[in-house]
Each structure stands twice: as structure tokens, then as C-alpha cells.
Design a protein around this ligand. Structure first.
Ligand code: C2E
Ligand code: SIN
Ligand code: SIN
Ligand code: FE
Length: 387
């Protein structure tokens, strides 16, 4: 390539980079994307993005170890990255192992051999440092002045995307908490153990979805959408919902409307997560053989998310005491789920339930209920926030 061609090529890649970065709102995926683009644009072997956590004064980064991603944290001011974050200066190092400031921990962890490093600070529009970009091992030669300029440019383009994703993340976290509080409010009337029940539904549904081999993204959707399945119970009168004995047929007809109420509450929402929650609320009492309510849907007409939640819901309802019935043994409940395969439930979902049953029992055993809103929800949100 001539120099002119190379510059043009880089320009094209940079323009593309801006477009790619502005679209991705999930922080983890965004960071992966950025690293991949930097490797292409700078023709280097590796790229690490360190983000400054002002609360702990650490720099964190995701590192790929085989197929796994691990989050690593280093104290602010340690290593080349720390030096750049503290000084705000770009560093272009030809041989990292000759530099006292180089932090060997990462190479030890990954088995990687760093040679050259180009490290630039990542500043937001306000000029504050929010992290550090490192490009490693330029193919063949050392990083040059052009590379420095380009990485600085990339870094400022990425900064706004990263800040945006962080903002988005905290936003959906608080939105999700609001949703959970709403779900708890709706249900606490008929169950003292609402928080545990909702947590069970959430975890069981996610486990079953995993057992079915659903993509991770969908597993997370169901994890967060499933606890809303009974939100329509807010519309059911106490006299029915809290009746200590068996419902009359008329009362049960009224009770069935909680599915329709739930769908009405959720269906106008814009978020895709709430759209899924709406389908689940509408269809979690449909039965695979078409004898359920409210629409008598059959088989695949019932959204898969709802077929999954239905099994989780009934299993947990059986294993918990209700005003109208004592709790069942888990073994008896498991037996019931199996018997209903092909009748109430999708056989494939029951099979997945069987597969993950060991983990479900473990979850069932945790029911201390002291925790408020589904524990782990905020932690989990780091990975899955793009609703
Ligand atoms: P829930 O108590 O959370 O129960 C959810 C689902 O679990 C039920 O949906 C049913 O499919 C299953 N389930 C719960 N307990 C039993 C049981 O003892 N035997 C069997 N075979 N299945 C059980 P379903 O029947 O559509 O009921 C929906 C909701 O209506 C229940 O939610 C509960 O809130 C209410 N409900 C149902 N039957 C009665 C009743 O006899 N008395 C009262 N007070 N409420 C009832
Ligand atoms: C350093 O910043 O000192 C090294 C970090 C790395 O190996 O990525
Ligand atoms: C539940 O309380 O989670 C299940 C009850 C129902 O779906 O009506
Ligand atoms: Fe229900």
C-alpha cells in the first residue's frame, strides 16, 4: 500500500468506527467492538481499554481468557495504564519489559508477551480522564506518531460512546428496580413471601431457558421479564385473591382476568423487555394442549417465553404455601410437572426443566427472603442492559 492509500484506508475505518460505536449501548459489547476496531485500524495485535472507577480509584478492564471474559482491576496509578491516567500523557513504549512502570500482572494472567505499547488517555468532552487505551504489539514495527494521533482520535470518539453506555446502564438498572418494586407491590397481598417467589420465578425461568439452549440475551430477557407475570393481580379484589378456601367458578372466572389486566398494564410500554413481560403476563396460563386461559392458545401459538414461565410458576406455586393450600414436597411437585408434559406444558420445556432440576432445587433451598429486590439484579445488569 502507498502512504496515500494507507491514510485513505484508515480514514475509511475511522468513519466506520464512529458509526459502529454510536449504535452499541451495551458496555461490554461496546468495549469488545472498540478493541476489535483498534486492532484493525492500527494493525496491532491487541487492544485493552481500561476504565476509571472513581469510587474505588481503580482501572478496570475485560480480559479474554480463552472463551471467557474476566474483569481485572488495577489500582489507579499502577502500570503504564495508571501512569497515563494520572499524567494525562500519551506514552509510546518500544519495549515494555525494559520499562520499570510496566505492570506484568496481565501478561502473567494471559500468557501474553507484550512488546510495544501505545497508551493514550481517554478523555470525555469535559476534558476529564475516564480511562486509558492501550494498543499492543504493532505488527512488524513500532507505533509511530501517526498511530499516536489516530489512537487519540479513536479514544475521544470512544469516550462519548462509553460514557453513554455507562449512563444507559445505570438508567436501566433503576428502571428495573422500579419494575421489581411494582411487581412486589402487586403480589404482596396474596403471598407473604413475594420477594422469594419472584426471585424463584426469575431464576427458575432463566435456568429452564438455559436448559433449552436459548441465547444468553433471551435468557436474560426472561430473567427480568418473568417476575412481572402476575402484575395483573393488582386488579383482582381482595375478597377473591385472599379467599382462604376454594374459589367458586364465578370467582375463578374473575381471577383469570389477571392475565388480561397484566397484558393491558404492560403492552403500551416501549421497552422491549416490557413487551416480553406483556406476552408472558398474557399467556402464562395458556396450556400446551389448548385448554388454558385466557385465549385457549395451543402449542407454538403460545410464546416460548410464556411456556417457560408457566412451568416455573406452577412448580413454585406448588412448593410454596398459599392461603388456599399447603405447600407440596418438591418431589411431588416435580412429578406433577412431568405428568403435565404435553398437557399443561410444552414437552421440550419439561425436558429442559428436568435437565436443570438440580440447580432449581438449590435455588429453592435458598429461600431466606431477607433480601429486598431480587438480589443480583444490579450485578447482572452489567452484562445485559440494552432494553
Ligand atoms: P398461584 O397460587 O400462584 O398458582 C399458580 C398456578 O399454579 C395455578 O394457576 C395452578 O396452575 C398451579 N397450582 C397452584 N396450586 C395448585 C394446586 O394445589 N394443585 C394444582 N394442580 N395446581 C396448582 P391457576 O389454577 O390458573 O390459578 C391462578 C391463580 O388463581 C393462583 O395463583 C391463585 O392466585 C388463584 N387461585 C387459584 N385457585 C384458587 C383457590 O382455590 N383459592 C384461592 N384463594 N385462589 C386461587
Ligand atoms: C500496563 O498498563 O502496565 C500493562 C497493562 C497490560 O499489559 O495491558
Ligand atoms: C404466581 O403467583 O406467580 C402464580 C399465580 C398466577 O399465575 O396466577
Ligand atoms: Fe398467574
Amino acid at each position: 500500500m502507498t502512504r496515500a492509500e494507507e491514510l485513505e484506508n484508515r480514514l475509511r475505518l475511522l468513519v466506520n468506527f464512529g458509526g459502529v460505536v454510536s449504535k452499541e449501548t451495551n458496555l461490554t459489547r461496546l468495549l469488545e467492538l472498540i478493541a476489535e476496531q483498534v486492532r484493525t485500524i492500527l494493525n496491532c495485535d491487541r487492544c485493552s481499554v481500561f476504565i476509571l472507577d472513581r469510587q474505588t480509584n481503580e482501572l478496570w478492564s475485560k480480559v479474554a481468557l480463552g472463551m471467557q471474559h474476566t474483569e481485572i482491576r488495577v489500582p489507579f496509578s499502577k502500570g503504564i495504564a495508571g501512569h497515563v491516567a494520572a499524567s494525562g500523557q500519551t506514552m509510546n513504549i518500544k519495549d515494555a519489559y525494559q520499562d520499570q512502570r510496566f505492570n506484568h500482572d496481565l501478561d502473567r494472567l494471559t500468557g501474553y508477551r507484550t512488546r510495544s505499547i501505545l497508551a493514550v488517555p481517554m478523555k470525555n468532552v469535559g476534558g476529564h480522564i475516564i480511562g486509558v487505551f492501550e494498543a499492543m504489539n504493532k505488527n512488524g514495527v513500532n507505533f509511530d506518531v501517526d498511530d499516536e494521533g489516530i489512537l487519540q482520535l479513536i479514544s475521544s470518539l470512544a469516550a462519548s460512546g462509553i460514557e453513554n453506555a455507562q449512563l444507559y446502564e445505570s438508567l436501566s438498572k433503576s428502571q428495573l428496580e422500579t419494575i421489581y418494586r411494582l411487581a412486589v407491590t402487586a403480589e404482596y397481598r396474596d403471598q407473604q413471601d413475594t420477594a422469594i417467589h419472584l426471585r424463584h420465578i426469575s431464576e427458575y425461568s432463566a435456568l429452564i431457558a438455559q436448559g433449552l439452549g436459548m441465547p444468553e440475551r433471551e435468557v436474560e430477557n426472561i430473567r427480568y421479564a418473568s417476575p412481572l407475570h402476575d402484575i395483573g393481580k393488582v386488579g383482582i379484589a381482595d375478597a377473591i385473591l385472599l379467599k382462604p378456601g376454594k374459589l367458586t367458578p364465578e370467582e375463578f372466572e374473575e381471577m383469570k382476568k389477571h392475565t388480561v389486566y397484566g397484558a393491558k398494564i404492560l403492552c403500551n410500554a416501549e421497552s422491549s423487555l416490557l413487551q416480553i413481560a406483556c406476552k408472558v403476563a398474557a399467556s402464562h396460563h395458556e396450556k400446551f394442549d389448548g385448554t388454558g386461559y385466557p385465549a385457549r392458545l395451543k402449542g407454538e401459538q403460545i410464546p416460548l417465553y410464556a411456556r417457560v414461565v408457566s412451568v416455573a410458576d406452577v412448580f413454585d406455586a406448588l412448593c410454596m404455601p398459599r392461603v388456599y393450600k399447603p405447600k407440596w414436597d418438591t418431589e411431588k411437585a416435580h412429578e406433577y410437572i412431568r405428568e403435565e408434559s404435553g398437557k399443561s406444558f410444552d414437552p421440550a420445556v419439561v425436558e429442559a426443566f428436568d435437565k436443570v432440576y438440580g440447580d432449581i432445587l438449590k435455588m429453592h433451598a435458598i429461600g431466606d427472603g431477607k433480601t429486598t429486590i431480587i438480589p443480583g439484579i444490579t450485578k447482572e445488569m452489567n452484562r445485559h442492559n440494552s432494553y
